[in-house]
Design a protein around this ligand. Structure first.
Ligand code: NAP
Length: 488
């Protein structure tokens, strides 16, 4: 291992992942004067979730102008909710502009990190060994596909794939296509293809509340106005943020006025836009709006009412070569089966082996459920920081602004190392435990705790999210509390 890099005034930093958060980290590290760093990426391209997910209809349901780095506004977004390829191109452009792309070590994942003798010993998939003072895991939240354990899936004779592994070589127009799941992904796929394939089956285990949204396609004049006058863009963003503020207040208090308004809007969307009473009842959820991640869609109801689209609510018994056999005995014959059954949301940096102080394994530290002080730091894992780590505000917010505030906080902590005031810094165990206790208590009041099943819930049924307001989050992140961290 190369120990030569060690210079306490310019700590060596290893960044894992070149998605939105990894690109951001490199830019901000450089801005802060750090020059000794390496960024590793498991894939051959940047883009993270936007590289992995290429399914038809993929878009961000956070307005694009909010899903943008604060320091790189993009007046040229083509619509309010930009599509995946446009978002991926934005990240590529920013990474190129700031010289990040050329620095990424592509096709090199990190299976192993160990904190030993005061530094992180890192092994990469190519056999390279690196030594770092600080590790920043920018590895994303939802990247390990969860393939539903449905008997016979492997026997299907047509083409089957997970939504995050879309097979674009298969033309769909003349095919009978089935989609399993009704999460944000399946809903977007439905909107995109239900009217364009030979027959479309949506296998729904749980109905979803759908919040109507308007997706404005920005005219050239509008884009020019955003470009020419920063005040116009700022006003547009402020308006969108205001809406999200409202949403933030709603979800953290299940009994709030804001929540009641949101529920009413979803209910009216269902009542007004689904004509057939039988279909309407199939699509009517039996839990409260917002309990699962709320679906924002301008056209899902329209899509499932396409002439040859079917919402199948009878339970799946098994899959066989010809298609999906329901518990009722009916066989839904299919050519293509899309498994949109989500992701393993508790993985974070794993399956990387991460060994902290004294060899403590992250798997053991997280045996009960993943947790981290303010989602960024774990006791006994010194100089190891996460972006969008456990229990962060994963609701319908822009993960970019969240990551930006986390990077700023982490840079303040790193300043303790660079300033020579300590060599190791990690969240204090008691402070973390007390923070977690308060978080769990507050989460019980949130809409996510009102009795539905979702990937927000950990294995104890506790919402794995920031349970306070959006404002509280940004205020907390803007005022780093050094006393909450052990400094050695
Ligand atoms: P998801 O929300 O976890 O949904 C998975 C779906 O699969 C659910 O409808 C679930 O049904 C169903 N399912 C799971 N196992 C099943 C089984 N054995 N049989 C039948 N159905 C089964 O996953 P996702 O849709 O991929 O979305 C995950 C997250 O990604 C979103 O919540 C969001 O945070 C993010 N995302 C964001 C956007 C965006 O626009 N920003 C777009 C897509 C995704 P149950 O509900 O009954 O469990």
């Amino acid at each position: 291992m190369n120990e030569a890099h060690h210079d306490p005034r310019n700590p060596r930093v290893v960044i894992i992942g070149a998605g939105m958060a990894g690109i951001l980290t490199v830019i901000k590290l450089r801005e802060a004067g750090y020059t000794n760093y390496a960024i590793y990426e498991k894939s051959d391209r940047i883009g993270g979730t936007w590289r992995e997910n290429t399914y038809p209809g993929i878009a961000c349901d956070v307005p694009s102008h909010l899903y943008t780095y604060s320091f790189e506004p993009n007046p040229d977004w083509s619509e309010t909710f930009a599509q995946g390829p446009e978002i991926c191109a934005y990240f590529q452009r920013v990474a190129d502009k700031y010289g990040v792309t050329q620095e990424v070590r592509f096709n090199e994942s990190i299976p192993y990190c160990e904190f030993k003798d005061g530094r992180w010993r890192i092994r990469t998939s190519t056999g390279r060994e690196d030594v770092a003072d600080v590790v920043i895991a920018a590895t994303g939240v939802l990247h390990h596909p969860h393939i539903a354990d449905i008997p016979g899936l492997e026997t299907f004779a047509g083409t089957a794939f997970h939504s995050a592994r879309w097979d674009h070589s298969v033309p769909l127009a003349d095919k009978r296509v089935g989609v399993i799941g009704t999460g944000s992904t399946a809903i977007q796929i439905t909107s995109a293809i239900a009217a364009k394939v030979k027959r479309f089956d949506l296998f729904q285990r749980t109905a979803q509340w759908v919040m109507p949204i308007e997706n404005e396609v920005f005219s050239e004049e509008r884009k020019a106005a955003f470009r020419d006058d920063p005040a116009v863009l700022a006003a547009f963003k402020a308006e969108a943020l205001d809406y999200f503020q409202h949403f933030s207040n709603a979800v953290i208090d299940a009994n709030s006025r804001e929540m009641a308004e949101l529920e009413a809007a979803c209910l009216a969307n269902l009542e007004d836009n689904v004509k057939d009473p039988v279909l309407r009842e199939k699509l009517r959820p039996n839990y409260r709006a917002g309990c699962k991640r709320l679906i924002f869609s301008p056209d899902f109801y329209q899509a499932v009412q396409s002439p040859d689209a079917h919402v199948i609510t009878d339970a799946i018994d098994h899959i066989e070569p010809a298609g999906v056999r329901l518990k009722t005995g009916e066989l839904r014959e299919l050519d293509v089966l899309v498994v949109a059954t989500g992701f393993r949301a508790d993985s974070f940096i794993r399956p990387t082996t991460v060994l902290g102080r004294g060899g403590v394994n992250l798997d053991d530290a997280w045996a009960e459920s993943p947790s981290a002080y303010l989602s960024i730091s774990i006791p006994e894992f010194p100089n190891f920081f996460m972006l969008n780590g456990p229990n962060g505000p994963v609701g319908n917010f822009s993960l970019i602004s969240i990551a930006e505030s986390q990077v700023a906080y982490i840079l303040t902590l790193m300043e303790e190392i660079r300033g020579g005031r300590c060599r190791e810094i990690s969240a204090n165990a008691e402070v973390s435990a007390s923070f977690e206790e308060k978080r769990v208590e507050a989460a019980k009041k949130s809409i996510w705790s009102t009795g539905c099943k979702s990937w927000y819930l950990d294995k104890h049924g506790v919402p794995a999210s920031w349970p306070w307001s959006r404002d509280d989050f940004f205020k907390t992140m803007a005022q780093p509390q050094l006393e909450a961290f052990d400094r050695v």
